[in-house]
Design a protein around this ligand. Structure first.
Ligand code: NDP
Ligand code: 2IT
Length: 448
């Protein structure tokens, strides 16, 4: 475990005491606190205004029952929640996750991360997150629709263009956003496009939002390599997951000359030494919504591995893009042994703290999620901008904005790390720079 000062320790202990049983939330808070000693020492006003204590306490937490009926007529009950963490910089902004593992601690960790990520984008968005323990796997379209309608029937009173703007995350893509937005529109009798992002292109969505997180993470990786005088051309890459983030990371990696040889889902991974066939991957994951073993069935030379770890596949660059804590110390040691030179978090907190330490000791370039995967929410903010002006921008223009945003985020993290005496430590750079912007706003806005 990393260290921080007595003062930060006592604040951290209080967070754990007041929110027991939320290990992922504690992990996310600890990781940020580990970076903050120097900035708190330099700025006594942050302690005076109890900025850290306030940051760790969500402004509002909403939990609600989501009753719905499955196709056999049986009544099902799930739990819905939205944590509105911090609105110093703008309306709460962050995704909705539908996955059976969802609980309050997970949503709080995601909401906490989102505060700093959104601050790093430089855009006017606060931090929030929500979701449900609903499991979409194996559910029919009708069941998904009924669930989404019931979820929104409760959530609608707490969100709005100027209040809180949800989007997708694990288990929530454009299909779910459609059903959620449709119900919001129906209940409120207003076509308030800016209330949710990740919409379809025919009904208020923005070009590049689908691709944004994966593309953005790859641009961030490109910046990290450039800072070391290197690039992606001819590099071998491994990307975990095969959802929204992973698929578009694969696409951009391939466009920039890398060969992506493996991806995964919760059933196992596929290794395709010739390089993944992206059309086939999209067909299986986006159209058929099938399991990843189907890829190996249809592609000669590829093999499916049900047990074992995708991080055993040798690579130059790794992009964990599935879920939290999927890459442990053992996996990190294997990646280092196999000569991996850069790791970029497409997912939120996919590397355990011990894994991150191993990368740091081995001088593997490391891009933390709150910086590297910020392209998704940044492009959501661009979607909100287009909705507010009733405009729609071209793919090229929007992608250029995304690329510029990722360059700026990398530069901010890089320069902040240097300024605080930890060159190349992008974890420190991201945490300090994100914190600084929110903290300044909180001081300026008085006791909020
Ligand atoms: P998707 O639901 O589209 O895909 C998730 C992928 O990860 C699937 O392949 C899924 O496999 C796998 N996965 C999910 N949970 C687990 C688990 N517990 N164990 C193993 N594999 C798992 O989600 P996204 O691609 O949108 O999100 C992936 C990550 O990126 C998440 O951490 C999310 O918070 C983060 N993120 C997403 C953004 C976005 O814009 N969508 C923006 C920034 C970060 P299976 O289908 O078998 O469950
Ligand atoms: O984790 C994330 O940044 C997201 N799931 C995207 C949030 C958003 O509002 O676009």
């Amino acid at each position: 475990m990393g260290q921080f000062s007595e003062r930060l320790s006592s604040i951290f202990d209080d967070v754990v005491r007041r929110s027991p049983g939320e290990p992922e939330f504690h992990q996310a808070v600890r990781e940020v606190f580990e970076s903050l000693d120097p900035v708190v020492a330099k700025h006594p006003e942050f302690a005076e205004h109890k900025i850290l204590q306030r940051l760790c306490e969500p402004e509002r937490q909403i939990m609600f029952r989501v009753p719905w009926q499955d196709d056999s007529g049986e009544v099902q009950i799930n739990r819905g929640m939205r944590v509105q963490f911090n609105s110093a910089l703008g309306p709460y902004k962050g995704g909705l996750r539908f996955h059976p593992s969802v609980n309050l601690g997970i949503i709080k960790f995601l909401g906490f991360e989102q505060i700093f990520k959104n601050a790093l984008t430089g855009m006017p968005i606060g931090g929030g997150k929500g979701g449900s323990d609903f499991d979409p796997k194996g559910r029919s379209d009708q069941e998904i629709m009924r669930f989404c309608q019931s979820f929104m029937t409760e959530l609608y009173r707490n969100i709005g263009e100027y209040t809180d703007v949800p989007a997708g995350d694990i288990g929530v893509g454009s299909r779910e956003i459609g059903y959620l937005f449709g119900q919001y529109k129906r209940i409120t009798n207003s076509y308030e496009s800016g209330v949710i992002t990740g919409k379809g292109l025919d009904w208020g969505g923005a070009l590049v939002r689908t691709e944004a997180t994966g593309y953005g993470a790859t641009y961030f990786l490109q910046e990290m390599l450039a800072a070391r005088g290197s690039d992606l051309e001819g590099r071998t890459a491994v990307v975990s997951g095969s959802g929204n983030v992973a698929v578009y990371a694969v696409e951009k990696l391939q466009q920039l000359g890398a060969k992506v040889v493996a991806c995964s889902d919760s059933s196992g991974y596929v290794h395709d030494p010739d390089g993944l066939n992206l059309d086939l991957l999209k067909q299986i994951k986006e159209v058929e919504r099938a399991r990843i073993d189907v890829y190996a069935e249809r592609r000669s030379g590829a093999r499916f591995v049900a047990d074992g770890s995708i991080w055993d596949v040798p690579c130059d660059v790794a992009l964990p893009s599935a879920t939290q804590n999927e890459l442990t110390a053992d996996h990190a040691a294997t990646l280092v042994k196999n000569g991996c030179v850069a790791v970029v978090e497409g997912a939120n907190m996919p590397c355990t703290p011990d894994a991150v330490r191993i990368f740091s000791e081995a001088k593997v370039a490391f891009g933390p999620g709150k910086a590297a995967n910020a392209g998704g929410v940044a492009t959501s903010a661009l979607e909100m901008q287009q909705n507010a002006s009733r405009d729609s921008w071209s793919f090229e223009f929007t992608e250029a904005r995304l690329a510029e945003t990722m360059r700026n985020i990398h530069q901010t993290c890089y320069e902040t790390a240097e300024e605080y005496g930890s060159p190349l430590d992008l974890v420190k750079g991201a945490n300090i720079a994100g914190f600084h912007r929110v903290a300044r706003a909180m001081v300026a806005l008085g006791l909020i």
